[in-house]
Design a protein around this ligand. Structure first.
Ligand SMILES: *[C@@H]1O[C@H](CO)[C@@H](O)[C@H](O)[C@H]1NC(C)=O
Length: 349
């Protein structure tokens, strides 16, 4: 009952936020200030394999035979907009995984929340695949994965990958194009991320699963594998991860939330929705929404249509988007997301 009331309240807030925005002059999309690495982030693992630029505006994360590497935000956030421009490693990158994600797995081992961009390496130079995941309250047994091909070569120049997370919806962006929207549905219950999360970026050896279900492993002849992170942006309410309360109380946090929800990147305009549909129709290779083989029950937040279902096989793979290497990741029974794997990477490095 309380959860439902809160949901209705938040829906009301969103409606109010939409109204405020309609009556305001819209700022340009992604008008977010980039931060210096040291202002908001710290190294997480891999010591020498994390290389900061002289002006501290960009970071290279390397993977070699010795170790991967990663960084973490100095604060936890309850909702926000999190963004980075990322250039992925070149040439042969089978087995290599680069991740940019939010998680609280270090605080909530059994009931963690997570929002991921995972980049899976390839035998064919620039043909990386991208995966997005949404987990709430430890819901990793019903993974909310989607996979996409990219309409560009992500190793030639940096592209911006962003995650918006509000109490009512989540949007993943590639550059200015929304590629996935998860609107909170009351039936999702705890599956919608609702506890403060930290921001992570990592590179690691995912030989056991990343490329063609683990068939193609990392080949260290091509090491070091170098990913570059720039334009790091974090807009959100800092929060205590254990107490789950905002660091700035007294209404300041409500103002921050209203600011977040009225920002351009939080609004799904008809144009943006059309761009999202077009991207998904052309580039989405897998979605849980049509995976009737792995999941008996439909996901409440999925906006399924018969027309779209026609475009997918029963196991969630697209009939129209053809990949050179067909992902078999869905069969390996993954139990945890990037956070858990990055942590095991820490343990083994
Ligand atoms: C999260 O999971 C825990 C443990 O399973 C459960 O007790 C709790 O009620 C869940 N929270 C929500 C919001 O569903």
């Amino acid at each position: 009952m309380a959860a439902k009331a809160r949901f209705l309240l938040l829906t009301g807030l969103l409606a109010a936020a939409t109204w405020v925005c309609l009556s305001a002059v819209a700022a340009s999309a992604f008008d977010v200030p980039a931060v210096a690495f040291g202002d908001r982030f710290s190294p997480l693992f891999g010591d020498g394999n994390l290389v900061r630029s002289g002006d501290d505006r960009s970071v290279r994360l390397l993977l070699d035979r010795r170790s991967g590497s990663g960084f973490i935000s100095s604060d936890y956030y309850l909702h926000g907009f999190f963004s980075a421009s990322i250039k992925l490693p070149k040439d042969y990158t089978a087995g290599v995984v680069v991740a940019f994600y939010l998680s609280n797995g270090d605080v909530y081992e059994k009931t963690h929340d997570e929002l991921d961009f995972e980049f899976l390496g390839s035998r064919w130079g620039g043909q990386w695949r991208v995966q997005t995941n949404v987990y709430g309250n430890g819901s990793t047994s019903h993974g909310r994965e989607e996979r996409y091909l990219l309409p560009f070569d992500p190793t030639l120049e940096a592209h911006r990958y962003s995650v918006l997370w509000t109490p009512t919806h989540i949007i993943f962006y590639i550059d200015d194009t929304p590629i996935r929207e998860v609107i909170r549905h009351p039936d999702m219950g705890g599956d919608f991320p609702a506890k403060p999360m930290a921001v992570y970026a990592t590179i690691w050896d995912g030989s056991t699963w990343a490329t063609d279900g683990g068939k193609y492993k990392v080949n260290y002849k091509y090491a070091p594998f170098a990913s570059e992170f720039t334009d790091l942006a974090v807009v959100g309410s800092r929060a205590d991860p254990v107490l789950r309360v905002p660091r700035r109380g007294g209404g300041a946090d409500q103002e921050e939330l209203l600011g977040l929800m009225t920002a351009d990147y939080a609004l799904m305009t008809p144009q943006k929705r059309a761009a999202m549909r077009a991207f998904r129709a052309r580039h989405m290779t897998y979605t849980v929404c049509y995976d009737a083989v792995r999941y008996a029950a439909a996901f409440p937040e999925c906006d399924n249509s018969d027309e779209e279902r026609e475009a997918f096989w029963a196991w969630g793979e697209s009939k129209t988007v053809v990949m050179k290497t067909r992902g078999r990741g869905r069969r390996r029974g993954r139990k945890a997301g990037a956070g858990a794997r990055a942590r095991s990477d820490v343990a083994s490095s």
